[in-house]
Design a protein around this ligand. Structure first.
Ligand code: ZN
Ligand code: ZN
Ligand code: FE
Length: 751
């Protein structure tokens, strides 16, 4: 057989995920000689093989690769200098001058490790077990390359046994950086003096949970607050701790079977729930849990155990479902340090379970749902970050500062964009500090040399102000990117669209190029430019920012501006009071603190309040979420649409009012509202596609977190054979603004 020397260059997530040992074992199994090495731009494999062997090897590489590994590109070349190898080897890092910049996201404990803690003597019930296929990654990394000495595992010296496994190429823990066992690794401890064994800690946990108390537990990326999800008194305590807001809590089920007792789960959802990323998956609820868990909603955020301790909890609990929510208050970032957790939570929490492995990078739970048959990420953090977005064009040296709410930032390295974990609301002081710290950590960790910066056009966004300071300090160019253009560009980059598209952005508010507030926008755009073709009717926001927290204000504003002669519904007037309504009308007329906005989110607010569903938002988009959740999906009727001006909501509002007067149920009105809005946008889309001679539609903006609206619209496009794209891997909300900013700046700098 004629063997040649081939070089395979593999790009993707192939470092720190057990890829090299896998290649080694595969080559050995196939009797092939050569070597495998890690370099800055991926993994290289040198191989002596016949062409059939090469094909077979590549096929098996793609099919049998470790679950977490992701191959973006595989190139084969024949080096001019043909080398003959006698064995197969794993090479030490070849070029010591440059750095390997890939880090895997954190990985849920694998099946093999769960077995090991039952069978291996030195790991019996060891709660921090891990191997090359699983365990903490991003959350413990302090520097690169990803070696134990550069992680928070550095303070734990490996015992002889672990060390032996670590150096044995045929062991699953070969080069598993955080590997540990009962005699050498991290341990749990609690907030009581004295030494408690792991078993005793688990007993204390069960006792507190069974008694309806709250427990705070240090996890992979931060603290969680935990209580029995079937005990309403326990949930009430948690609400008291979290203060007022009625934001739904996510829950942890003991198993998929337990989850199926409470929710409807199809095959794809089951696969995602139990995937190595182990995110919170929003599922349709079948049976209610304790009051206070997710009142008024039709979906439940669900998780399955991802850490050994989760499995051990359920071994001895009465309940099969626990509330598992971020350990924080208000919009603070989740606590990562034992003292911060105790300082802030001690008043309500009966037991703290800490561990002694530091959390370097804070990561919250990620949130995903299936919408229009695709897994759609709403909050991207644990299990996803820092997986890069591979881009066709260079992103090198770009730093994008993101928006202000649901903030993420992004940094560019060669043809990769690395988006930060979910940071949150920058107006919170601690979150802003977390933002600044993470940004400098990312540039350091990934060896980014900033060359060009991007931020939102909004001069008051803290991210924009910070970007400006940063630009001045480092003497770098800063590009201000329009918010909704960024929404569109983020979706385009994810789907690798590089042409002019019609973008439908349904969003809260964002700063427009005319210094007014935009939000419901139809744009014609590519990366480098956009035209505002149409938008929703601008409506006053009486009270400015307050209006976005108080949907009743939007109900008054919409009525006052679109239907000034019409009567507000009786129940609304009773609830809100004539006086307040009168005052608001005056504010609008006299233009006192009532900026106009074409934002789409506020229309949902207005209708939600008019039908008595939600007058005040206790969390972001509550009114809109409730409107979606009560909608009776069997209803197909819609309100009248002005075909000349499809985006004019006057007839829609008139229809809602008439229905309220006639006593039509809120769930029917809610569905008719969604049907109508989808049809309004669809008609506008068709008109614009024709007029502008465009063929592709991009959907984004926070309102598309509304799965009902997204699916209604995508269905219409599918039926009309219109190609539509929506964000999947990255959020449609402001969590993707940094991506759009980076995409736009990359394009500008290429021209
Ligand atoms: Zn494992
Ligand atoms: Zn050990
Ligand atoms: Fe936005």
């Amino acid at each position: 057989m004629n063997k040649l020397h081939y070089t395979l260059h593999i790009e993707g997530l192939v470092q720190g995920v057990g890829f090299r040992p896998f290649v080694y074992r595969l080559a050995k199994e196939m009797d092939l000689c050569g070597n495998v090495s890690n370099r800055t731009d991926g993994v290289y494999i040198d191989l002596n093989a016949s062409s059939e062997e090469l094909d077979h090897f590549m096929h098996r590489l793609a099919v049998e690769k470790p679950e977490v590994a992701f191959i973006y590109k595989m190139n084969v070349s024949k080096p001019e200098e043909q080398v003959h190898y006698d064995s197969f080897e794993i090479m030490h890092s070849l070029d010591a001058t440059s750095h390997i910049t890939q880090v895997s996201p954190d990985i849920a404990v694998c099946e093999d490790c769960l077995r090991d803690i039952q069978t291996q003597q030195h790991r019996r019930r060891y709660p921090f077990v891990n191997c090359t296929n699983c365990g903490p990654r991003f959350s413990i990394v302090k520097a690169l390359p990803y070696d134990r000495k550069n992680t928070t595992m550095q303070s734990f010296a490996m015992c002889n046994r672990c060390d032996h496994e670590y150096h044995n190429v045929s062991d699953r823990r070969f080069h598993a950086q955080p590997t540990a066992c009962n005699s050498c690794g991290p341990t749990y401890y609690i907030n009581s003096p004295g030494d408690f064994s792991y078993t005793e800690i688990l007993d204390r946990f069960s006792a507190e949970i069974n008694a309806g108390n709250l427990v705070a537990v240090r996890g992979v990326g931060g603290y969680h607050l935990v209580c029995d999800a079937t005990n309403s008194k326990a949930v009430a305590k948690l609400r008291a701790l979290k203060q007022r807001d009625s934001k739904p809590f996510a829950v942890l089920f003991s198993s998929i079977e337990a989850a199926k007792a409470y929710t409807y789960i199809d095959k794809e959802e089951e696969a995602l729930l139990s995937s190595w990323r182990r995110p919170i998956v929003l599922l349709k609820q079948k049976r209610v849990l304790a009051k206070g868990v997710n009142d008024g909603l039709a979906t439940l955020g669900c998780m399955l155990p991802s850490q050994p301790i989760h499995f051990h909890w359920f071994d001895q609990l009465n309940t099969k479902v626990l509330v598992m929510t971020s350990g924080n208050c208000h919009s603070e970032p989740i606590y990562i340090a034992p003292h911060t957790a105790e300082e802030n939570l001690a008043s309500h929490v009966s037991l703290f379970i800490h561990h002694n492995r530091d959390i370097q990078n804070r990561v919250d739970d990620s949130v995903v749902a299936f919408a229009a048959k695709k897994p759609v990420v709403y909050r991207r953090s644990r299990g996803y970050v820092p997986e890069p977005l591979f881009t066709p064009k260079s992103m090198d040296g770009i730093v994008a500062f993101g928006a202000e709410l649901c903030n993420t930032f992004a940094v560019g390295k060669a043809n990769q964009l690395i988006v930060s974990q979910h940071i949150g609301d920058l107006k919170n002081w601690d979150t802003f500090a977390f933002y600044q710290e993470s940004l400098s950590r990312f540039t350091e960790l990934f060896h980014i040399t900033p060359r060009v910066l991007a931020c939102d056009m909004h001069p008051e966004y803290l991210s924009s102000k910070f970007a400006l300071e940063y630009a001045l300090a480092k003497d770098l160019p800063l590009i201000h990117v329009q918010h909704h253009h960024a929404h569109a560009a983020a979706c385009m980059l994810e789907h690798k669209l590089d042409e002019e598209v019609l973008a439908i952005i349904l969003d809260g508010v964002g700063y427009g190029t005319d210094d007014t507030s935009w939000g419901g926008e139809i744009l014609r755009c590519d990366y480098s430019k956009f035209t505002r073709l149409a938008h929703l009717t601008p409506i006053s926001l009486p009270g400015g920012d307050v209006a976005s927290h108080e949907p009743w204000r939007m109900a008054v504003a919409y009525m006052h501006e679109l239907l000034p002669q019409a009567q507000l519904p009786e129940s609304f007037v009773t609830r809100v009071g004539e006086k307040r309504i009168g005052m608001l009308r005056k504010m609008i007329d006299q233009r006192i603190n009532s900026p106009r906005s074409s934002g789409a989110g506020r229309l949902f607010d207005a209708v939600s309040s008019l039908i008595s569903l939600c007058d005040i938002n206790t969390y972001q988009a509550e009114a809109a979420i409730k409107l979606e959740h009560i909608a009776d999906k069997s209803v197909q009727d819609l309100y009248e649409i002005d075909t000349e001006h499809p985006l004019d909501a006057t007839l829609l509002l008139q229809g809602v009012l008439t229905d309220i007067e006639e006593g039509v149920s809120p769930s029917v009105i809610a569905m008719k509202f969604h049907n109508t809005l989808a049809e309004m946008i669809f008609q506008m889309t068709c008109f614009q596609l024709e007029k502008e001679q465009l063929h592709k539609v991009v959907l984004s903006g926070g309102c598309f977190q509304n799965k009902l609206l997204l699916e209604l619209l995508v269905n219409k496009y599918d039926n009309a054979q219109i190609l539509s794209y929506f964000p999947e891997q990255y959020p449609c909300n402001d969590g993707a603004i940094s991506i759009g900013q980076a995409a736009i700046v990359a394009s500008l700098y290429q021209h």
